[in-house]
Design a protein around this ligand. Structure first.
Ligand SMILES: [Fe+2]
Ligand SMILES: [Fe+2]
Length: 195
């Protein structure tokens, strides 16, 4: 299980994941559900937040990063995503699905901490955070978050790559945060939630 993997092993497992069953997986049936739950559960990267080292940035690069008007939204989106996913998880009877959802919610909470670390390291001023109440309609809230992640990421991945290619984000910053936020976890969530 992924709990026993190092972050490097987990990274390899995630990038090379394939389902052990051969042949057709009928969509909407138990095997399909097992497959996408297993995908999320077995490709979790148990990285410790302590291993994330915010690289020191040149003054000009630091200014470009801190001036982006996205940090409040990013932190609050992760906070909302986490409570929505975790609330929905507790309404689900299937144990494996519930475990997968709890992991998803936990990863969102971890994203928020990762972002907070970055914000703190670069002295970015955040607006005070609003409360994150549990949603009254957990299923709807889960659907909203699941599909918002798809749409957000469609643009965010592209913008992240544009920032990398143009040098707006310095290479060392991209290298530190690309695997953590974009590539591994949100991509897995996007695969999980529409399924
Ligand atoms: Fe997230
Ligand atoms: Fe996510």
């Amino acid at each position: 299980m992924s709990d026993t993997l190092t972050p490097v092993e987990a990274d390899h497992a995630m990038r090379n994941w394939t389902y052990r069953s051969e042949g057709k997986i009928p969509i909407g049936f138990a095997l399909h559900r097992r497959m996408f739950c297993e995908m999320l559960l077995t490709t979790h990267n148990p990285y410790k937040l302590a291993v994330i080292d915010c690289p020191k940035l040149e003054p000009a690069a630091l200014k470009r990063v801190t001036l982006l008007p996205i940090w409040d939204i990013a932190v609050q989106t992760e906070g909302r995503a986490s409570i929505r996913v975790l609330t929905f998880a507790e309404t689900v009877d299937d144990t494996q699905m519930r475990d997968a959802l709890r992991m998803n919610g936990g990863e969102e909470a971890r994203h928020k901490v990762v972002l907070s670390k970055l914000v703190e390291a670069y002295g970015i001023q955040l607006a005070p955070e609003p409360p994150y109440p549990a949603p009254k309609d957990p299923l709807r809230a889960w659907m909203l978050t699941g599909y918002s992640e798809c749409i957000d990421s469609f643009f965010a991945f592209g913008l992240f790559e544009a920032a990398r290619q143009s040098g707006y984000f310095p290479e060392e910053l991209v290298e530190t945060f690309e695997p953590v936020i974009q590539d591994q976890e949100e991509a897995r969530h996007i695969l999980f939630s529409p399924n």
